[in-house]
Design a protein around this ligand. Structure first.
Ligand SMILES: Cc1cc2nc3c(=O)[nH]c(=O)nc-3n(C[C@H](O)[C@H](O)[C@H](O)COP(=O)(O)OP(=O)(O)OC[C@H]3O[C@@H](n4cnc5c(N)ncnc54)[C@H](O)[C@@H]3O)c2cc1C
Length: 550
């Protein structure tokens, strides 16, 4: 190995897996760099259901995946207690269901054995009347229902916290930085880092490292090909619908026309419904949600929640699961297991490794496994500390009442800051003398925006959706993007033109997320509003990623 490499490990891909490994290695004192071509966590991780569960669906075929996901969920709850929330589920049983209540209960009894690992309660069988009293949104056609207990997390924020912690412990982390080419040694073909391009400035440079780790999720086969290695995945697209408000108090299982299990669940300030799971061979950088997919999800939900179509869908999410390759199986039957691959021993490409597959719920454990193996290859003896070392803000829940009094700001806004920043909430709020709410839907304060711009390496206004949930609520940025650009622009020294272009790009991104959920007169009205709004602006939207620095 080259003793002169600037870094011991270069990680490509700042989704949950790349950020998780960066933190693990940084905690062990390894010199590590992490590059992400967009904003942290905006690949598959952003599009996930954000559940740190065992996955009832995998219990039958993949009990080990259920076991390690439940165990890791317990660890994530320990290190980021501020960022998680309980999601109680109801699973209705209908008279026509092929699997009756007795059999359903056998499955749930098996799942109960794993519940203590993730601080979950055992299931309960409810009569029709009890279930309807508990959740009036449920269909009155049910025979009975079962309760089960799951947990959710703000997934992109979990990525940001891992990356932030890695940086605070010495890692070099860069967003909007894309690997275009891998550096190879002439004779041996060893990969010794990568040539990267800063997508905001256009500047290119080399990052040298002894080991380059591919954590690019569904893009992993493409990056492996740059190294002359092969990594076979079975990528599968999944979508979610996001509703303006909570559709139900608890999460509700539903069944698609093809029998697939889906659910509607309360998530942060909204409800989400999903998901689909279809083999995907398209362009990973241009994922579109189709009207068909929207109708498929609504159709499934309608059976369990007959009033669901009365609720407004405010945006859609699409992502591609980096599922490990399997032939001859339906998408749902594919294993959710993961693989750590040393392409040197497997394919004669030394210096190049991949971490692929898996689940958000088991990210920390996957990162530990990958880091153990990489450390063994590097001769590093430090052991993993991520299971018990709190993520930034995870050491203590702040006194929200005292913060509200000190900063003279409303409780809901303070609570959201506490949720995202935990014990660091006071430091975040102190970024402005008198914090006020910029995005009312979420709500997001100017202090939080100024803080993440100055202290968390924010690159663009669009980054704020994943970083602090700006513009993902009912107004989809219409009411807050301009004001937010002022705050972020002031912190980062943007010119007026740059701020205007950022707002235009933000609006374009939100429109692409909303457009598939609209039809008929709703679509016509939205297009008229959009045209009027655009006509009133003194700029036109540049294509994403082309905004130049002032
Ligand atoms: C619809 C859906 C729902 C899901 N729900 C759940 C759930 O509830 N619970 C659960 O446990 N799991 C869930 N999953 C699975 C989970 O989301 C994934 O396992 C996980 O997010 C994968 O993370 P990753 O870091 O491997 O990939 P990603 O999050 O995709 O990260 C890869 C990153 O690499 C970057 N990248 C790619 N190429 C380059 C390059 N050349 N240079 C620099 N950067 C690059 C990308 O921009 C991206 O950000 C779900 C998945 C889907 C699709």
């Amino acid at each position: 190995m080259s003793a002169s490499a600037a870094f011991q490990v270069l990680i490509v891909g700042g989704g949950i897996n790349g950020a998780g490994v960066a933190r693990d290695l940084a905690l062990r004192g390894v010199r590590v760099a992490l590059v992400e071509k967009g904003e942290f966590g905006t690949g598959t991780t952003w599009a996930s259901s954000g559940m740190i569960h065992g996955g009832l669906r995998y219990l039958q075929m993949d009990p080990e995946v259920t076991q390690h996901s439940c165990a890791d969920s317990g660890a994530i709850q320990r290190i980021a207690p501020h960022l998680i929330f309980r999601i109680p589920f109801l699973m209705p049983v209908f008279p026509e269901d092929p699997i009756g209540p007795e059999l359903v209960e056998v499955g749930l009894e098996m799942y109960d054995r794993f519940q203590p690992l993730k601080n979950g309660r055992p299931h309960t069988r409810l009569t029709r009347e009890q279930a309807l009293r508990l959740e009036p949104a449920l269909s009155p056609r049910i025979d009975c229902a079962f309760s089960l207990d799951e947990w959710g997390v703000d997934a992109p924020r979990l990525v940001a916290l891992n990356a932030l912690d890695a940086a605070e412990r010495g890692a070099e982390v860069h967003t909007h930085t894309e690997v275009r080419e891998l550096l190879r040694e002439g004779g041996s073909g060893r990969v010794r880092g990568a040539r990267v391009r800063d997508r905001l400035s256009g500047e290119e440079r080399n990052i040298e490292a002894e080991i380059t780790l591919n954590c690019t999720g569904p893009w992993a086969s493409q990056l492996a090909a740059l190294a002359g290695a092969e990594l076979r995945l079975r990528p599968a697209k999944g979508i979610h619908l996001v509703f303006e408000r909570r559709v139900s108090d608890v999460a509700i299982y539903a069944r698609g026309i093809d029998g697939r299990d889906m659910f509607t669940f309360p998530h942060e300030q909204n409800s989400m419904a999903g998901t689909t799971d279809d083999d995907f061979y398209g362009d990973l950088d241009r994922l579109e949600v189709t009207e068909d997919e929207v109708r498929y999800v609504l159709e499934a939900m309608d059976r369990s929640i007959p009033g669901i179509r009365r609720h407004r869908v405010i945006h859609t999410l699409a992502g591609v699961r980096p599922t490990l390759y399997g032939f001859g199986l339906y998408e749902d039957e594919l294993s959710r297991d993961y693989a750590v691959i040393d392409h040197g021993t497997r394919q004669g490409v030394p210096g190049f490794w991949s971490l692929a597959g898996g689940k958000l719920a088991a990210y920390r454990l996957m990162a530990e496994d990958a880091s153990d193996r990489i450390c063994a290859a590097l001769g590093v003896e430090e052991v993993c500390r991520t299971a018990d070392t709190p993520l930034p803000g995870g050491d203590e829940w702040p006194d929200v009442g005292a913060l509200a009094r000190r900063f003279r700001t409303d409780w809901p806004a303070i609570l959201r800051v506490a949720f995202r920043h935990g014990s660091r909430a006071a430091r975040v709020l102190a970024a402005r003398p008198r914090p006020h709410v910029v995005c009312a839907c979420e709500p997001v304060t100017d202090a939080e925006l100024a803080h993440v711009a100055r202290s968390e390496g924010l690159g663009k206004l669009t980054d704020c959706s994943a970083r602090v949930r700006l513009g993902v609520g009912a107004c989809q940025g219409a009411a807050c993007a301009g004001a937010a650009a002022e705050v972020v622009g002031e912190a980062l020294g943007w010119s007026a033109e740059r701020a205007a272009a950022e707002v235009a790009e933000f609006a374009g991104e939100r429109w692409r997320a909303l457009r598939p959920a609209l039809a008929g007169s709703q679509l016509a009205a939205a297009e008229v509003h959009r045209a009027v709004h655009r006509g009133a602006r003194p700029w036109s939207a540049p294509p994403p990623g082309t905004v130049s620095r002032p």
